[in-house]
Write a protein that binds this ligand. Structure first.
Ligand code: MV4
Length: 497
């Protein structure tokens, strides 16, 4: 057993705060690291100690492994929690941490290396009978052989970079005539992007759903899965809405997918929290894609339906504890939905919208959780990922989780920057989403800026109407009258616009 009385959180924003809260509940001291741009950040104020590790740019601060390890030695932190992003899946960092005699709250460097390369991930998974998309299991070395295999597999196919991931380094090839040119482009792209030109091919599953399984492994060989999350509502490979459980999985598919996820984890003796990614086709057949060796952004929806605190589980595993539950002890209860709130303008192609939070009031009440790292008056720094919060709602069933999400979005009051809240409401109210009949093409298929313009116009007009009525102090009107006026406006809105 390892004694961990102080943890350094090598991250920032909402995830740093979220990790610190669990540590505090375990009476573990926390150390924040921060860049000069984050000097007044909430995670710095919340931690028991805080160390500035450099200038704003990530490669001069949050990615500086030597500074992070130095901060541990300076404060006496025995362990590091990397969060997600930054160094969380960096095997070299994991090795440096071990060499410094410190504990990384995460998997082994070996597991990170194997799963960080899509071909070695597939090779590991092949030691178990894991369903994979037909294609090649080795890097392409002979273009004519590859072309033959592509014809066998059937177009359209995907050319994927072995060192890629999360959608980076993927090319769709519609027919054999385009194959050679696309292959050369894919290899040169992978070489320049990842320093590794290895590519492989797979049949392109054209309208998949993106389903991932959370796994937990301890240092005694116990591995369990904590059911699935559905992450199909994505924009250019950036997840925007995640939910647990999925609206389409049957109990049978859930068990089969869960077993595959545990087998993939076992193939690398996985320790800690990890996520095994699958795609599900229209026939509800699923295929292994890749494994993420970190705690993911969307882990809260799994926490809500299982009642577990995944960060506490990670810390217990890092201390050498045995998982306190077996697979049969784990059950799904209720339904959880997460909306990532980005400082991006959905009316301007989701471009980052930097600025100051003039107003920042979070929704509250039954079944609402907000994981965020900002408060009113703070500036959104330009240096980092523009996600400012995760809005999570929980209900007895999917309908209630959706209703709560809509109510919470309406209550969330942010001014000074544009956010993806209105986009989230659009999704929650769209029939394809509410019916569960959607896939990874949802955003491309159903969303455009006009979808929000009407909504925004209506809200602006209602705000103006309400202001006029409120201004005419002598007209004491009831809510019912106000609603009637608003409804009339809605019905006759063409006269106003
Ligand atoms: C695929 C696929 C369809 N067919 N592989 C996306 C990132 C990484 N997790 C792997 N991904 C996919 N791999 C085959 N053979 C569909 C996805 C995919 C996706 C692809 C394009 C646009 C959005 C997507 C969202 C999730 C998954």
């Amino acid at each position: 057993m390892a004694q961990i009385s102080k943890i350094l959180i090598a991250n920032r924003g909402e995830i740093a705060l979220r990790i610190m809260r669990s540590a505090r509940e375990m009476n573990i001291k926390t150390v924040a690291v921060f860049s000069e741009a984050d000097r007044s950040a909430l995670h710095v104020r919340y931690a028991d100690e805080a160390i500035c590790i450099g200038p704003a740019p990530s490669n001069q601060s949050y990615l500086k492994s030597d500074k992070i390890i130095e901060a541990c030695k300076l404060t006496g932190a025995q362990a590091i929690h990397p969060g997600y992003g930054f160094l969380s899946e960096n095997a070299a960092f994991a090795k440096e941490v071990a060499a410094a005699g410190l504990i990384l709250i995460g998997p082994t460097p070996e597991a990170m290396e194997i799963m960080g390369n899509k071909l070695s991930a597939k090779a590991a998974a092949l030691t178990y009978n894991i369903p994979m998309v037909p294609g090649t299991e080795e890097a392409i070395t002979d273009i004519n052989e590859a072309k033959e295999r592509a014809v066998e597999v059937g177009f359209p196919i995907l050319i994927k970079a072995a060192a890629g991931g999360g959608g980076k380094g993927m090319r769709i090839v519609e027919n054999v005539a385009d194959f050679e040119e696309q292959m050369h482009l894919a290899v040169s792209e992978a070489t320049s992007a990842f320093g590794d030109g290895s590519v492989f091919i797979e049949r392109y599953v054209t309208s998949p759903r993106h389903i991932e399984i959370q796994v937990l492994g301890d240092t005694h060989g116990n591995i369990v899965h904590l059911f699935e999350r559905e992450c199909s509502v994505q924009r250019r490979h950036q997840k925007v809405i995640e939910e647990a459980p999925s609206s389409v999985l049957t109990e049978e598919i859930r068990q089969a997918m869960g077993k595959c996820a545990v087998d993939v984890a076992r193939s690398v003796n996985y320790v800690g929290a990890g996520t095994v990614e699958f795609i599900l086709d229209e026939n509800l057949d699923f295929f292994f894609l890749e494994m993420n060796t970190r705690l993911q952004v969307e882990h809260p929806v799994t926490e809500m339906i299982t009642g577990l605190d995944l960060v506490k589980e990670q810390i217990k595993i890092a201390r050498g504890e045995i998982l306190s539950f077996k697979q049969e002890d784990l059950k799904i209860s209720g339904h959880a939905m997460e909306l990532r709130v980005y400082a991006e303008d959905p009316l301007n192609n989701f471009l980052p919208d930097i600025g100051t939070l003039q107003t920042y009031i979070t929704p509250k009440g039954n079944g609402v959780r907000v994981d965020d790292g900002f408060e009113e008056g703070m500036e959104i720094p330009i240096y980092y990922d523009p996600m400012i919060a995760k809005l999570i709602t929980y209900g007895a069933n999917r309908e209630e989780a959706i209703e709560r999400m809509i109510r919470a979005i309406d209550e969330y009051d942010i001014t000074g920057i544009q956010t993806t809240l209105s986009f989230g409401k659009f999704v929650m109210q769209h029939e394809a989403f509410t019916s569960g009949n959607f896939d990874t093409h949802f955003v491309g298929k159903y969303f455009n800026a006009d979808s929000l313009k009407n909504e925004n116009e209506e809200e602006a007009m209602l705000a103006a109407l309400t202001a006029v009525l409120a201004f005419k102090k002598e007209d004491k009107i009831s809510t019912a009258q106000n609603n009637e006026i608003a409804n009339n406006w809605r019905k006759n809105r063409k006269k106003y616009s």
